[in-house]
Design a protein around this ligand. Structure first.
Ligand SMILES: [Cu+2]
Length: 96
């Protein structure tokens, strides 16, 4: 019985980790970077996990270091989710 419970826990943990990693990568273009406010303005494509279609809007960033990697005009790939009620960019990389 204990073995089964352990296996179930491992399966649940794996599912949670997968859910974290499974945020869809979204296409965008940087409009504005505000390092002091930890914000970025992105023109973005569809964001399925947030049920959003394309628009230009401001996001918070989870880590201000992310903003050092991009500049206005860059095409990017990013992931975003709702964190503490705020739409937040969790990862962002320049697209080629
Ligand atoms: Cu949007």
């Amino acid at each position: 019985m204990k073995k089964l419970f352990t296996a179930l826990c491992a399966a649940l943990l794996a599912t949670a980790a997968f859910a974290q990693a499974a945020l869809p990568s979204v296409e965008g273009e940087v409009r504005k970077v505000d390092t002091d406010a930890k914000k970025i303005t992105l023109k973005h494509g569809d964001i399925p996990n947030l049920e959003m279609t394309g628009m230009t809007m401001v996001f918070r960033v989870s880590d201000p270091a992310l903003l050092g990697k991009v500049k206005p005009g860059d095409k990017v790939q990013f992931t975003a989710d709702k964190v503490d009620g705020a739409l937040t960019v969790l990862s962002i990389v320049p697209a080629n």
